[in-house]
Design a protein around this ligand. Structure first.
Ligand code: ARG
Length: 466
């Protein structure tokens, strides 16, 4: 039986009927739908609409539906309009007409809003758990890199040497922010729409606080019109996922670049690469390329969601059904990707020798050289000019700054002395970046410890929600 056929004189056009259904995709909300229905049933009992026996029958029926759903064939239902209709049908099939009592005083508009909040909440916990693994592995790699150095780039030109660990920790910070954004979204969404009815509130005196408690929500939502039409939390979540995907994409792009023969900083893990059907010598960074590519898809999902909601008058409109697939797609894409990216990160080999060589050439000690003069009282702008001239000489002679004789340097400025040379070594250059957040080795050791603590407290937080 349909949920709404009474006022209709004609059957629906068959193609339209099939086309407007959502069960094909909203079946994945079954667990959430059953949980929300259980909370509603208890509220109906307390409002005097269900007897104890009816409540027990409904609860048992809902449990059974959950159990049956373990076999996929159970969900092959060509007649169910959506997950809400499906549960009602199955419940009636199991316990008889008492099953129809479950829909007393509620609307699918509040149900879908509730199911989606529960789904996004669980998805956030899952993504944060996966991010925790990814972060731990990245920090391990930073720790393993020890004192190894590499060039840092600005404008993709060699700029200054940094520790490999410092470079990896840059990504750690980005993903920590992503995890935090998700936690923030979780806080805001954790309110219960149950009892909001179709738009104006439930038509029965339901205890909204009790329903919220049953489902682990912090409180009931404040306004029934908003609660039934709000999808901010979906937009926020997929927005956070698209930023996460952009971070993953930047990471992937840099790893692709560094794995090219031109850089040679990275040896691709074979387990996550593929070959060419034509060129026998090839090994391609497919995991990274697909990671970069999938960011486009997630951004597309976020865009689709924003555009779907942007012109909607309050409150529920069927357009909102269109928010489900982008949500599921973005969630599934990120959840399938993160463990693979973690596996890649664990398996990749860094060519420290090559990185170190690159870190020691290309005048990346020029700023440190100018800083040497600054410490001897030379105004920085002049020091910059002087070292710039020295670099120019080196370019002409194809040598490094440390190869210039002291007399020649003194002609540029008398402040140069013998200890200038020791200020140019890789170690000295790393060491002078001795500020919090800088690449001096002691600072990086501290940063590794700080990052570990942040990941640990995030893991504890995720654990507390599990
Ligand atoms: N399948 C619908 C959706 O996802 C459920 C809500 C239907 N409400 C309605 N008034 N037709 O949006």
């Amino acid at each position: 039986m349909k949920m709404w056929s009474g006022r209709f004189r004609q059957p629906l056009d068959a193609d339209f009927e099939r086309w407007q259904r959502s069960f094909d995709f909203d079946r994945r909300l079954l667990r959430e739908e059953l949980a929300a229905s259980r909370a509603h049933a208890s509220a109906l009992k307390n409002a005097g609409v269900l007897s104890s026996t009816e409540l027990i029958a409904i609860r048992q029926g809902l449990t059974q539906i959950g159990e049956k759903a373990a076999s996929p064939a159970f969900l092959d239902d060509n007649d169910a309009e959506d997950v809400h209709h499906f549960v009602e049908k199955q419940l009636v099939a199991l316990i008889g007409d008492t099953g129809y009592k479950l829909h007393s005083g509620r609307s699918r508009n509040e149900q879908i809003a509730t199911d989606l909040r529960l789904y996004v909440r669980a998805s956030i916990d899952q993504v944060r758990a996966d991010l925790g693994n990814w972060l731990s592995i990245s920090i391990d790699r930073a720790e393993q890199a020890g004192s190894a150095a590499m060039p840092a780039y600005t404008h993709l030109q060699r700029a200054e040497p940094v520790l490999v660990a410092h470079w990896l920790l840059a990504y750690v910070e980005m993903f920590l922010r992503d995890a935090e954004r998700l936690a923030d979204c979780r806080k805001r969404l954790n309110l219960s729409p149950l009892g909001s009815g179709a738009v104006a509130g439930a038509t029965l005196p339901l205890d909204r606080r009790a329903m919220a408690d049953d489902l682990g929500f912090d409180a009931p939502t404040a306004n029934s019109i908003d609660a039934t039409s709000d999808r901010d939390f979906v937009l926020e979540f997929v927005g956070a996922l698209s930023l996460l995907a952009v971070h993953l994409s930047r990471w992937a792009e840099e790893m692709i670049l560094f794995s090219s023969q031109e850089f040679g900083f990275i040896r691709l893990p074979e387990a996550y690469s593929t070959g060419s059907s034509a060129m026998p010598q090839k090994m391609n960074p497919d995991l990274l390329e697909l990671t970069r590519g999938k960011a486009a898809r997630i951004i597309g999902d976020a865009t689709a969601l924003l555009v779907t909601v942007k012109g909607l008058a309050l409150a529920y409109n069927k357009d909102l059904q269109e928010t489900q697939q982008p949500l599921f797609d973005a969630t599934g894409t990120v959840l399938s990707l993160l463990p693979l990216a973690s596996g890649w990160m664990k398996a990749v080999e860094f060519n420290h020798e090559r990185m170190q060589q690159a870190a020691e050439s290309g005048f990346m000690n020029a700023w440190a050289g100018a800083t040497y003069l600054v410490r001897r009282g030379v105004p920085f702008r002049l020091a910059h000019e002087i070292v710039g001239k020295a670099v120019q000489t080196c370019i002409e002679r194809n040598c490094e700054l440390a190869d210039l004789p002291l007399e020649e340097l003194r002609q540029l400025n008398p402040a140069f002395d013998q200890d200038f040379y020791s200020s140019l070594t890789l170690q000295a250059v790393l060491n002078i970046h001795d500020v919090p957040g800088g690449t001096a080795p002691a600072r990086v050791r501290q940063a590794i410890a700080d990052a570990r603590r942040k990941v640990e407290s995030m893991r504890e937080d995720v654990h507390a929600h599990a």
